[in-house]
Write a protein that binds this ligand. Structure first.
Ligand code: RFL
Ligand code: PHB
Length: 403
């Protein structure tokens, strides 16, 4: 289905062609629109498919501020849940980290990525701006020269669009990064020997706040989307298949990996969605090639343990939107020239934090009893040392942006 069709033909042009209608692409488009910069968004999947992906749940203050700036924060303020703390569970006990007290009054908000995407799509549609869904065979041309173009197939017909810049917001498997000559890229990657099995259910959350649990059987996370909808994850083997997990199997295994009070409080019910995601750390440098700018998962992936992926996509978009607006309004390319290095400084700190949280909380194939005792000792240190707890808290709520 096509929400708002773009009457493209040879000779059509825009200022910024945006590839991908995930949160990065749609947020960039909305911020540019509010500054009077014209965009066309090209998305390979249908609108329903994009909205059907259940992903992130935790958003930092920086991301909330950006949604407000984009004029799409109203429902997030109404329906999102402000969380002042998280719990770390290990050795059969649960310990609260008071994020609010440890960070001088900061917090995170539970508001699903699906809802953010829905709000951004609604704003774009209301403004009558062009988004092409089900754009097949998107290709990027000439971004190493002054006049880039993008082409795609729509209903079997070849379309083409000239532009000043291309924003590659098409996620990890997208075409944008793949269009750059490999010799121009440095890739940094780490794969983890396990995945996450996620389950969404209309059951009340186990607790008012998220529980991250380190257990000898593997990691577990109890999260939520609302006071009546829970989202849980279990560390699973990469060889696992979602069909092998009945809902009952999932709930039984989750219960085993929780502290006794949480296990007691767990309310089960039929799953609305169940899926397995692999865990990966990935960064590509640089994030700019001529007139192509990568943003979000197209340039970097973090394992979800630190809840940073969507938030990093948002901070890239903040830097990129300001740089493009500065280019058009002030004829200055300073922001565009600084974009890659500025993003990467924040990206690498989030990579470090996400890797650390993953290492601390999961059972690795080579985690022996000694290794598990070390994890428990570090967790014990974390929850009893204000200095260590502060370091975790300030990363979890989100590090500050550069001006
Ligand atoms: P997306 O969301 O992948 O969107 C990219 C879009 O581009 C389209 N596309 C193309 N379009 C045209 N032509 C092509 N050739 C194309 N190829 C792809 C795709 O269809 C898609 O619509 O990337 P974006 O916008 O950069 O957003 C990134 C976030 O989606 C991601 O980082 C987060 O979901 C990560 N994440 C979390 N992040 C957080 O900040 N907090 C969390 O609590 C959190 N939890 C999670 C997560 C990711 C998870 N999974 C499944 C990987 C929990 C999980 C389980
Ligand atoms: C989620 O609610 O989907 C979620 C929350 C925290 C994480 C990862 C995912 O660290």
């Amino acid at each position: 289905m096509q929400a708002s069709s773009f009457p493209s033909r040879t000779g059509a042009r825009t200022q910024v062609a945006i590839v991908g209608a995930g949160p990065a692409g749609l947020l960039l488009a909305q911020l540019l629109h509010r500054a009077g910069v014209a965009t066309v968004v090209l998305e390979q999947r249908s609108q329903e498919h994009v909205l059907g992906r259940i992903r992130a749940g935790i958003i930092e203050q920086v991301t909330q501020d950006l949604l407000d700036e984009a004029g799409v924060g109203q429902r997030m303020h109404r329906e999102g849940l402000v969380h002042h703390g998280i719990a770390l569970a290990f050795a059969g006990r649960r310990h609260r980290l008071d994020l609010h007290a440890l960070t001088g009054g900061r917090a995170v908000r539970v508001y699903g990525q699906t809802e953010i995407t829905r709000d951004l799509m609604a704003a774009r549609e209301a403004a009558g701006l062009p988004t092409v869904y089900e754009a097949a065979e998107v290709q990027l041309h000439g971004f190493d020269a002054p006049h880039p173009r993008v082409s795609w197939r729509e209903g079997g017909q070849l379309r083409e669009l000239a532009c000043d810049f291309i924003a590659g917001c098409d996620g990890f498997h997208g075409i944008s990064r793949a269009s750059v000559p490999p010799r121009a890229l440095a890739v940094f990657e780490r794969l983890y020997p396990f995945g996450w099995l996620g389950l969404l259910a209309d059951t009340p959350p186990v607790s008012d706040e998220l529980i991250y649990s380190n257990h000898a059987r593997g990691f577990a996370l109890c999260s939520m989307r609302s006071p009546t909808r829970s989202r849980h994850y279990l560390q699973c083997s990469l060889a696992d298949r979602v069909e092998r997990w009945s809902d009952d199997d999932f709930w039984d295994e989750l219960r085993r990996r929780l502290d006794p009070a949480a296990a007691e409080a767990l309310v089960t019910g039929p799953s609305l969605e169940k899926g397995i995601a692999p865990l990966r750390s990935f960064v590509v440098e640089p994030m700019r090639f001529g007139r192509l700018f990568l943003a979000g998962d197209a340039a970097h992936i973090v394992p979800p343990t630190g809840a940073k992926g969507l938030n990093l996509a948002a901070s890239d978009v903040r830097y990129l939107s300001r740089a493009l607006i500065e280019h058009y309004a002030e004829r200055s390319d300073a922001g565009l020239d600084a974009y890659s290095a500025r993003c990467l400084r924040r990206v690498w700190k989030a990579e470090r934090f996400s890797w650390h949280m993953t290492s601390l909380l999961h059972r690795f194939p080579d985690t022996d009893d000694f290794g598990h005792k070390l994890q428990e000792a570090e967790l014990d240190y974390l929850v009893h040392s204000r200095a260590a707890a502060t370091a975790l808290a300030e990363n979890y709520v989100g590090l500050p942006l550069e001006d």
